[in-house]
Design a protein around this ligand. Sequence first.
Ligand code: FAQ
Length: 323
Amino acid sequence: MEPNVTAQDADIERLKEFEARIARGESIEPKDWMPDRYRKQLIRMMSQHAHSEIVGMLPEGNWITRAPTLRRKMILLAKVQDEAGHGLYIYCGAETLGVDRAELISQLLSGAAKYSSIFNYPTLTWADVGVIGWLVDGAAIVNQTMLAKASFGPYARAMVRICKEENFHKRQGYESCAILAAGTPEQKAMVQDAVNRWWWPSLMMFGPSDADSPNSAELMRWGVKRKTNDELRQRFVNMTVVQAQAIGLTLPDPDLRHDEVTGDWHHGEIDWSEFWSVVKGDGPCNRERLAARNAAHDQGAWVREAAEAYVAKQAGRARASAA
Ligand code: FAQ
């Protein structure tokens, strides 16, 4: 550094170069220089995302023992396992930013960390499993397809792989809903009821409306988000309305209307007080979800201890053979 160049000047230069790289569409890799805020934002977002995948195993996992056929049970088992894989994959990506995974997990277990609001709703009937695949995975794909173009390399690459699996999740869910919708009157009523319960929470997955989204401006500026919360929510609504029509189901929104000019389906007002209450920990299942994760963590203590003992034993052997 030139003697008359201050550390602050150097940081401004580095920030300029960093933003120029993003403008050129280059991907930022873990060892590259990045502003502290960029690192913090990514750790926040990726850890919340990883937690969501892990907590997201619980609502559907609840139905593995009660799946109606062997085929459905195999699909559901594979799906829930995939979500675990996604969580681990994204934790690994977050670790490249210098954060400790154990620390992130302890934030989840203590209730300090956020995870997606959607997983704080109960799965009351078998139809909920199909509807989660169709709507929740469907919403996740819309969001994550955009994140596959995020400026941070490890996150973007994780999203490419995860979206492939989420596509399978969505298709199996939609197929299950289509079959129930074409089934007996009881089956059709069951799937319609599930849609009625999951529709609004699915729209909330995209986050607060743009005017109330404090993180969006920074994330858009640095190419982490490529579309805003409202833009992605609209894309999801446009896709889903026609999918519902195709299988003879309705969406529980009397204000839903088609705009001939823009081609968009306008939806009614989202109940933001419900959203914030769920985000703050007062949703129907927040306490149950955290209790389940804490119990799983406690019951897994012996696995962590055994793994550590194994590593220590291997290291001891390596030392002995090197001596
Ligand atoms: N739930 O300023 P913004 C899945 C928080 S994966 C809870 O707009 P941002 C797969 C937000 O954190 C689903 N909290 O925030 C699957 C922030 O609080 P903070 C998870 C929410 O980051 C399927 C505050 O509100 N996907 O479903 C929610 O710009 C089936 C202000 O919000 C991801 O995590 C919410 N819905 O935009 C698994 C994708 N929305 O941190 C199993 C990655 C917002 O400042 C079964 N994340 N908040 O204290 C993202 O794309 C973004 O973080 C958003 C939020 C869009 C979620």
